[in-house]
Design a binder for this molecule. Sequence first.
Ligand SMILES: [Zn+2]
Ligand SMILES: [Zn+2]
Length: 217
Amino acid sequence: MPTTIGAHRDPVKLVNPDGETHAWNCGACGSVWMVTDTDSNDPEDYARRCCAVMICECGEKASMHRTACDACISKGEAEKEKALFDKAEKIPWKEYDGEMVYSERQEYYPDVDTMVDSEDEPPEEPPRWAWACTPLKMKFDAGDLVRGKLEDDEHHEEAYVGDDGIKELQAFLDKWCEKHPVESFFPDYTRVVICDDIVDERLADQGLDEDEVSEGK
Ligand SMILES: [Zn+2]
Ligand SMILES: [Zn+2]
């Protein structure tokens, strides 16, 4: 368990005129934690930990507002990613029909080819895999929209729009979304796109280039 150093950062109690404690202040930065009636957390503890310097399990000072140091945080993240990778379904890039991939370095690319070419900044080898991505298209549900509107505006209790009306609106909304498409991609941590062969090919090409250069001398 991380320990705290720095006694000058004791939290400050904020008291109502009637003597009730209503909040705790971080002694260093002044952030406030309210005392709530339904208190499942401990505002005094939050205030104490706010700007306190924590000691990471490895003995180094932890990063600001964290309980571990940067090195251990990124090591932990790498281990988590490795565990996800091991479990994930492996798809050869030729069989992947998604429109986007998400690289280990947290960039989106339209395909692994582009990724391999973009992430070959020397001296590292290009990545040999990427997360698959799932698309999300903007859509509206006519029924939800209408029900929400009737409720928000507090229409009378029997107010409703019949199935035909909902269908008509849905058709219009679908058409509108097609005309003004909004699509986003999210990494799918259960599927991995493998591109070993592309990287090997690139490396082989580079090897050839070097040979050509040396022959030319
Ligand atoms: Zn603070
Ligand atoms: Zn550490």
